[in-house]
Design a protein around this ligand. Structure first.
Ligand SMILES: Cc1ncc(COP(=O)(O)O)c(C=O)c1O
Length: 396
């Protein structure tokens, strides 16, 4: 039997390829530190579990396709705190930010249309492009510039008549860049000039390490009809396994289109929505202390990376990732070697290889993406492993 061309085109995740190797090392008694994936160790707030325990019904029927009103209300109020004023009708609850991204792509682009994004970009966007039949166009961002945007011409040169939207992860996975106001206005100008949507993936919204107030695409009035905001509780509340996200747009045709997709999948799990509403209803000052924790981790990991000979690193401004350049020709080979053959005091390290975040196969080969989602003690050990492994690898 033939499997569809679409499935045959799905990329094989290089991170997933490394898991069996990690499992084998663990079975040999080696501790593997996982800084390869953005699954934080910070505790999911108790409010989530309490709300679920107290949810007392006799039957769990289908919830409304848009999401339950408790969650829509609480998230609308959360947006207000950022100056993003919306109605519940502008919002739709999804199965994680991932579903919201797929819905956004399906709603703005047809087969063969393209979406413009940065390179490097979040690796999981690629299977989403394949699933939705959308092509990707990219413009380059460079480690030397801390992965900030290139000039306007470099961006607009990548736009053609099939381009329908600019997709931006801000703060960014994988680079940790946070776009400046000027950059947000530049992309707004481009979107308006070329009649494009902006799909703003803001699942790391709180994790910004400068003292500046949040300012995002949602604060730019002129962009309102072109904007889709993708969101999630996965990172915000350390609740990756809960699978609650959302899509917001003030463009009625977009929301109506997304609703038609949501109707076909009936609803998002009710119990998780009850828990998520409790999270958004909490005293959100907790997010400030979580942010402080990540800022400390960022400062620590950057100070260690700066002291590893041959490593080029910049200061990521947000999210919880950094993409340094290592003194190796092929970081994929190095990461596999470190995981398969290397250990320091019976411990080793799993990282995501940089190339998986690039469309261009020649790029990012010496880079890795490190997720600082573990406490300082693990980061300390991990950086010692990395430093020693690089030394040993380069003297083989
Ligand atoms: C930039 C970005 N967008 C979306 C997602 C998907 O998040 P969710 O767990 O809400 O599906 C992730 C997850 O890592 C991410 O890094």
């Amino acid at each position: 039997m033939k499997i569809s061309d679409r499935i045959n085109k799905m990329p094989i995740s290089s991170i997933m390829e490394l898991y069996p190797i990690a499992d084998k090392r663990k079975s040999e008694g080696i501790t593997v530190h996982h800084l390869n994936i953005g699954d934080p160790d910070i505790k999911t707030p108790r409010e989530f579990f309490d709300a679920i325990k107290n949810y007392d019904v006799e039957t769990i029927g289908y919830a409304p396709a848009r999401g339950i009103s408790e969650l829509l209300d609480s998230q609308r109020k959360y947006y207000e705190k950022f100056g993003i004023i919306i109605e519940n009708e502008d919002l739709l609850i999804t199965n994680g930010g991932s579903e919201a991204l797929i819905y956004a792509l399906l709603t703005v682009a047809d087969f063969g249309d393209n979406i413009l994004t940065t390179e490097p970009y979040y690796a999981n966007y690629t299977p989403m492009f394949v699933q939705t039949g959308v092509e990707v166009k990219t413009f380059p961002t460079r480690v030397e510039d801390g992965f900030h945007l290139p000039d306007k011409k470099t961006i607009t040169d990548a736009i053609d008549e099939k381009t329908k939207a600019i997709l931006i992860s801000n703060p960014s996975n994988p680079t940790g860049v946070v776009l400046t106001k000027e950059e947000l206005f530049l992309l707004t100008e481009i979107a308006l000039e070329h009649n494009l949507f902006i799909i703003s993936d803001e699942v790391y919204r709180e994790f910004i390490y400068s003292d500046e107030e949040y300012f995002g695409f949602g604060n730019i009035k002129e962009l309102e009809q072109n904007l889709i905001i993708v969101d999630s509780i996965s990172k915000r509340f350390s609740a990756c396994g809960v699978r609650i996200g959302s899509l917001m747009s003030k463009n009625k045709s977009v929301i109506d289109g997304v609703m038609s997709l949501a109707n076909a999948r009936l609803c998002v799990p009710t119990i998780e929505m009850i828990g998520a509403a409790a999270l958004y209803n909490m005293d959100l000052n907790i997010l400030k202390s979580i942010n402080e924790e990540y800022r400390n981790r960022r400062d620590y990991i950057i100070s260690r990376l700066k002291n590893i000979p041959g490593v080029t690193v910049y200061e990521p401004e947000g999210a919880f990732y950094v993409m340094p350049e290592l003194p190796v020709d092929d970081a994929d080979k190095f990461c596999k070697w470190m995981l398969k053959e290397y250990s320091l005091d019976d411990e080793t390290l799993m990282l995501a290889t940089g190339a998986s975040f690039y469309q261009n196969e020649e790029k990012g080969k010496s880079q890795v993406r490190i997720a600082y989602i573990k406490g300082i003690e693990v980061l300390d050990k991990s950086m010692s492993i990395l430093e020693n492994a690089l030394q040993e690898y380069n003297s083989l």
